[in-house]
Design a protein around this ligand. Structure first.
Ligand code: SF4
Ligand code: SF4
Length: 78
């Protein structure tokens, strides 16, 4: 079960969670052009977690909450 980033991140994209992630699986990265045609940082409304790379450590959740946001939650398959 991976974690997902939900709507409250829209318009925020402060990348606080990116800095907390030990496996660097929160995308898109700033200033990176992806080889596989994935959209870049400026093209997405909010960040997303790669479910394959995510190790479910939960480190990003309190960081987002501390930011007065609460947009990272366990993926429930819905
Ligand atoms: S749960 Fe852990 S591995 Fe997954 S995105 Fe958050 S910090 Fe990264
Ligand atoms: S910490 Fe929360 S609000 Fe900030 S970029 Fe990450 S998911 Fe979005």
């Amino acid at each position: 079960m991976a974690f997902v980033i939900a709507e409250p991140c829209i318009g925020t994209k402060d990348t606080a969670c990116v800095d907390a992630c030990p496996v660097d699986c929160i995308h898109p990265k700033k200033n990176i052009k992806y080889d596989d045609a994935r959209p870049g940082f400026d093209e997405v409304p909010h960040l997303y977690i790669d479910p394959v790379e995510c190790i479910d450590c939960g480190a990003c959740v309190p960081v987002c909450k501390a930011n007065k946001k609460d947009c990272i939650e366990p993926y429930t398959g819905e």
